[in-house]
Design a protein around this ligand. Sequence first.
Ligand code: PAF
Length: 282
Amino acid sequence: MKIIHTISDLREVLNDFNRPAFVPTMGNLHAGHLALVRQAKPLGDVTVVSIFVNRLQFLPHEDFDTYPRTWEADCQALQAAGCDVLFAPNELELYPEPQNFKVQPPAHLADILEGHFRPGFFVGVCTVVMKLFACVQPRIAVFGQKDYQQLMVLKNMVRQFALPIEVLGGATLRAEDGLALSSRNNYLSAVQRQEATALSQTLHSMAQALRAGSTDLATIEQQAMQVLSARGWQCDYLVVRRRTDLQTPSTEQVATLAIEQGLVVLGAAKIGNTRLIDNLEV
Ligand code: PAF
């Protein structure tokens, strides 16, 4: 595996290839990331992973400074997963001057859910991904489905800018108790880690209610909030949405979409200081 820190070195190495398959990450890699690398590998003629903790997508009070950085372990894991090129620019390399040109995703996709609770998050994500795409010029890019809204926003970005890149989602990997793998799980104490399973359990209960024919979204969502709040969580959202555009389905649509597998339940909630997100397609 080649480890590369500059855009010019990256371009030189990738010159020999036609179909880079790319997995952008912020490092602190877990089995979920490595599964994305394995998914990407057979789809391209070179597998590129980036590690860059992108300041632009963090709010001032968020965890940019403390975001876990585990460089040695990440390198070893990527090598074992078959990564060919690891692109790890520092901030000055990717943002040598203030990044004033930004990608502004549309409000109906990016100011809801995560974007509502983390204003500017998707501007930061789209801007860095656009820039990483310009560096790597991939033909395939793979993102985790755990960040469901991020995947949707990025698919729309690629389509609207007519970028010649196929964007694929990779399935969420889970611990045995159902907790979705995430770098932020590292922040959890042992007791919080045990409790954390309640988020995916609650999403399961919501999905089950929909599959059983309930169309009363308000009740499903409120009950879910109550369950988690009673266990000490601070809930940002626990909602049922259409898969296609993450908008709220009408009551008439709920039953049909539940049968046609056109719904997704999404949740974000804090346990202690750690904010976890998860989703389940229904
Ligand atoms: O999902 C992530 O890790 C990040 O949001 C991404 C896509 C690498 C952009 O910084």
